[in-house]
Write a protein that binds this ligand. Structure first.
Ligand code: THU
Length: 139
């Protein structure tokens, strides 16, 4: 299994690819799926600021684009690591938390103030969350 330090290192590499000319705040994300595959993403900004894509959502959509719809474990996020080159720790924004929730993310890893891995259960970041299973439940 890939450890947290390795995931953070991959997230940092991804952050080096960021397209962030407006905020100058590069972010990278590395996610590990339930079947052990790794996908990365960086933030991609736009002159029309609102179209900015965060690193975590970039990684999640890359996972989907590279897996078959029937590949359940391949589309489950076990752990996501996030690195901001200008901020420690760099926690995921609210929109990204909801997208990570969609794919069952269980653990979030960020860098602590000294670069050490800091991990949190996903439920602590997004408690009482809404997810796909709620759509098929009777009230
Ligand atoms: N950003 C991310 O990529 N992920 C987050 O969870 C927080 C924010 C990006 C978006 C924007 O390009 C820059 O960081 C500043 O907000």
């Amino acid at each position: 299994m890939v450890d947290h330090a390795t995931l953070l290192a991959r997230a940092r590499e991804a952050a080096e690819h960021a397209y962030a000319p407006y905020s100058e705040f590069p972010v990278g994300a590395a996610l590990l799926t339930a079947d052990g595959c790794l996908y990365t993403g960086c933030n991609v900004e736009n002159a029309s600021y609102g179209l900015t894509l965060c690193a975590e959502r970039n990684a999640a959509t890359t996972m989907i684009a590279n897996t078959e719809p029937s590949d359940n474990a391949g589309r489950r996020i076990d752990t996501v690591a996030i690195v901001g080159l200008k901020a420690r720790p760099c926690w995921p924004c609210g929109a990204c938390r909801q997208v990570l929730r969609e794919f069952g993310c269980t653990t979030v890893v960020v860098e602590g103030e000294n670069g050490e891995p800091l991990s949190l259960a996903f439920d602590e970041l997004l408690p009482y969350s809404f997810g796909p299973e709620h759509l098929s439940k009777e009230a």
